[in-house]
Design a protein around this ligand. Structure first.
Ligand SMILES: Cc1cc2c(cc1C)N(C[C@H](O)[C@H](O)[C@H](O)COP(=O)(O)O)c1[nH]c(=O)[nH]c(=O)c1N2
Length: 228
């Protein structure tokens, strides 16, 4: 046995300014897409690149707790859409009277319009009870699956594929429709399909719901600082 481990392969590649700018353009032009999906199916090679990007996300203890449930069947998507409608009616009633009509006018999902839906999950027991990095903060596996969602979202943007995250449902409804076991958390339900164009700004900002906060008001130094 050699007393030193073989050197791990490394990459010293630096990115050109143009490549760096492209990454930032992808990040900035990624949008949550609700209603603008084209019906044409996503070719397998495109879908695989998008899922492979998700699968290369960081994860606590390299746990890779995600699965990607591909939902194409229209009847199953109709069932998910019904779950959305029920939850959305409950959600609408929770907003103050004066914002309810604005809320009602927002399009908040593309479950039936997008040709593909993807549920991203987190198998909380994938590595047994003790996971490197998760011992004191058990929710870290969920955050790992969220990292996968973000990779998926950005890789999709680079392919001209829109993604819309739908979180308006009662979790037991979705769990039953997709047959997800209790040990597995449903982290995201995504509507996925090609689009002709992406909005330049978040739709919620364009429609007057809420604007982007100034970054310099969000950066703090050395500790938490309350406003004012
Ligand atoms: C965890 C989570 C959950 C949801 C969302 C996002 C995230 C991160 N978003 C999308 C959200 O509204 C959107 O990201 C912001 O408005 C910012 O717009 P862009 O994503 O930059 O286009 C979202 N949008 C929507 O129409 N219906 C929804 O149920 C949800 N749910």
């Amino acid at each position: 046995m050699p007393d030193t481990a073989p050197a791990a392969p490394v990459s010293a590649r630096r990115f050109t300014p143009e490549e760096r700018d492209t990454i930032h353009e992808v990040i900035r032009s990624r949008r949550d897409v609700r209603d603008e999906f084209r019906p044409d199916p996503i070719p397998d090679d495109v879908l695989w690149r998008i899922l492979d990007a998700a699968h290369h996300a960081p994860s606590v203890g390299f746990m890779q707790p995600w699965n990607f449930i591909l939902v194409r069947d229209i009847d199953r998507r109709r069932a998910v859409h019904r779950a959305f409608q029920a939850a959305n009616a409950e959600a609408e009633a929770m907003f103050p009277e004066e914002t309810r009509s604005t809320y009602r006018a927002l399009k908040l999902e593309g479950i039936l319009k997008a040709p593909l839906n993807i549920a991203v999950t987190c198998d909380r027991s994938r590595c047994g009870p003790v996971v490197l990095g998760r011992t004191h903060n058990p929710e870290m596996d969920l955050y790992s699956s969220v990292c996968a969602v973000q990779n998926l979202w950005l890789a999709a943007r680079a392919e001209g594929v829109g993604v819309g995250w739908v979180s308006i449902y009662n979790e037991p409804d979705l769990r039953a429709i997709l047959g997800v076991p209790d040990r597995v958390a449903i982290v995201a339900y995504l509507c996925v399909g090609f689009v002709d164009a992406f909005y330049a700004e978040p739709e919620l900002a364009l429609k007057g719901w809420r604007q982007r906060l100034p970054l310099d008001q969000l950066v703090m130094h050395e500790g938490w600082q309350e406003d004012g």
